[in-house]
Design a binder for this molecule. Structure first.
Ligand code: NAI
Ligand code: MG
Length: 511
């Protein structure tokens, strides 16, 4: 973390370079960009070369106060919660259109900020636009969605209506910077909430850009406020703020636990999407090519920095040896490099700290498992935060490396003998975010899918994620579901309105 007292944040203070447009670097509060109250900034670093390339405002408690006050006014007195769903949907649809129109530029910012390969950043931005379009439709669907409630008692009628929960505070991670913003911003706005978004200090740029996109799309000032900054300085005051009605968080289990504990003080609603150590179970009747492709994609896409990464692979005994040989072969061939370079499949990890964390985990893994391939920094790429695709085998069930989330390109592979053993090993985890099964036997896939204790189950693939389908975890992987119509529920209250239709006395007092 680098401090600078030089006041540089504001509207487009970073000049465009050959491969990048000008960037928004100020806090977006009440419809305008500006510096932090402290005047401080922090550096944004490209993990492919460890070089800073932008400075953004370093928000703190005073900025969170301003942002929550703006969101509070916009909710309590502003038009947004009072518009029809169709009117809100029109704004969300324009936001989606504007994101889609700027896809190439936004994807490039994402590569510089996060490190991921450009084709994957393109998917992220396509998905981000898609999420806004999806919730535009759902916002429309809220109009007239009140439900009559049949009552047993005569001379009463009742109905249930859904209303926005209020001011939402959203805290997001760095692995899919703009998409994670969309997963929270789009449903919250569709519901009629106003919000304060705090992006990760490691990847603030595309989220900050969302302010300009929202303003251009006609979102009223104060509805969406974006405060870049560090967890303890900006995230913690947001979770503590009495003006916030709901908290939505994606990130690590310890930070999620702390947010939940803080939220308990004044009973804020909380949704949490936390980590995982998700299993992929491969039966012997799976074509080897397909098994290899999905195992690799399941752990090496986005550098393994994916909450749902299938980082534990269970392989049926009879194909274990040939599959391991093939997998190691293919993993060694993966092209590693700067995410901007054509043909690169694995970029740098997001930061030097994350790289050190994963390398230390690999060292610990070497003491309790056999290193099959990878295990270090790729030669010639020492200037960036790179880690080789790494495979471990022969670990015990209670090995640390088998049980803990590493959030890097590291996979543990274990053989199994029977379906029952595979299910037991798969479910033996404190996490329950995702699980995958591959087999040519559809009935077996259905049985295993039903037995998994996880919120997301893939059959004959791993990782494809759809905006329409619910996303979230069992056990310590979180609380609540994002995406689909479930994602909207996070930002809605339910109100019953009961009407007495008779006029004669009730009889408790007046007879
Ligand atoms: P983190 O959970 O600490 O950070 C995520 C977000 O929470 C960031 O915006 C951060 O500024 C904020 N935050 C941190 N401390 C806070 C606090 N006290 N109050 C409020 N907000 C706070 O995760 P971090 O440090 O970026 O990564 C650490 C590990 O977390 C990774 O190695 C990985 O294992 C896991 N992780 C899981 C993710 C997921 O998608 N489930 C995403 C990112 C990280
Ligand atoms: Mg960065």
């Amino acid at each position: 973390m680098t401090d600078t007292t030089l006041l540089q944040a504001g509207d487009r203070t970073v000049p465009p370079t050959a491969d990048m447009v000008a960037l928004k670097t100020g806090l977006f509060i009440d419809g305008t960009y500006g510096p932090a109250v402290s005047g401080l900034c922090f550096e944004v670093i490209d993990p492919a070369n460890r070089q800073p390339f932008a400075q953004v405002a370093r928000g703190g408690a005073a900025d969170i106060d301003r942002a929550v006050a703006a969101a509070r006014r916009a909710f309590d007195d502003g038009p947004w919660p009072r518009m029809t769903g169709a009117e809100r949907g029109a704004v969300l649809r324009r936001m989606g259109d504007l994101i889609a129109a700027r896809r190439d530029e936004l994807a490039r910012i994402e590569v510089r900020d996060n490190g991921k390969p450009l084709p994957e950043a393109n998917w992220d931005i396509d998905d981000t636009a898609g999420v806004f379009h999806f919730y535009a439709d759902l916002a429309e669907g809220l109009d007239g969605a009140e439900q009559p409630i049949p009552l047993a008692m005569p001379s009463f009628t009742a109905k249930a209506v859904r209303e926005p929960i209020g001011v939402a505070g959203a805290i997001i991670p760095w692995n899919f910077p703009m998409l994670m913003a969309a997963w929270k911003v789009a449903p919250a706005l569709a519901a009629g909430c106003t919000m304060v978004l705090k992006p990760s200090e490691l990847t603030p740029l595309t989220a900050l850009e969302l302010g300009a996109i929202a303003a251009q799309a006609g979102l009223p000032a104060g509805v969406l406020n974006i405060v870049s900054g560090f967890g303890p300085e900006a995230g913690q005051p947001l979770t503590e703020h009495p003006g916030v009605d709901k908290l939505a968080f994606t990130g690590s289990v310890p930070t999620g636990a702390r947010i939940m504990a803080t939220a308990a003080r004044d009973i804020k609603a909380v949704s949490l999407e936390l980590g995982g150590k998700s299993p992929l179970v491969v039966f012997a009747d799976t074509p080897l090519d397909q098994a290899v492709e999905w195992i690799m994609f399941g752990i090496f896409w986005n550098q393994g920095e994916v909450c749902s990464a299938t980082s534990r692979v269970l392989v049926e005994q009879s194909i274990y040896e040939p599959l391991m040989a093939r997998l190691a072969d293919e993993a060694r061939k993966i092209t590693i490099g700067n995410g901007m370079t054509d043909g690169v499949l694995l970029g740098p990890l997001v930061s030097a700290e994350q790289q050190q964390k994963v390398l230390a985990a690999i060292e610990r893994g070497k003491t309790e498992a056999r290193l099959v391939c990878g295990g270090g920094v790729p030669e010639g790429l020492e200037d960036g935060c790179f880690v080789q695709p790494t495979i471990f085998a022969d670990m015990a069930e209670d090995a640390w490396i088998w049980r803990e989330e590493l959030f890097g390109p590291v996979v543990c592979v274990k053989p199994f003998a029977t379906e029952a053993e595979a299910i037991r090993l798969a479910n033996d985890s404190r996490f329950g975010l995702a699980a995958a099964v591959m087999s040519a036997d559809a009935a077996r896939c259905d049985r295993v899918a039903a037995a998994f204790r996880a919120g997301i189950v893939w059959i004959n693939c791993s990782q494809p994620t759809f905006t329409e389908a619910p996303w979230g975890g069992y056990k310590q992987s979180g609380i609540g579901r994002e995406l689909g119509r479930w994602g909207l529920d996070n930002y809605l209250e339910t109100k019953q309105i009961t009407r007495r239709t008779a006029t004669e006395p009730w009889g408790w007092y007046l007879k």
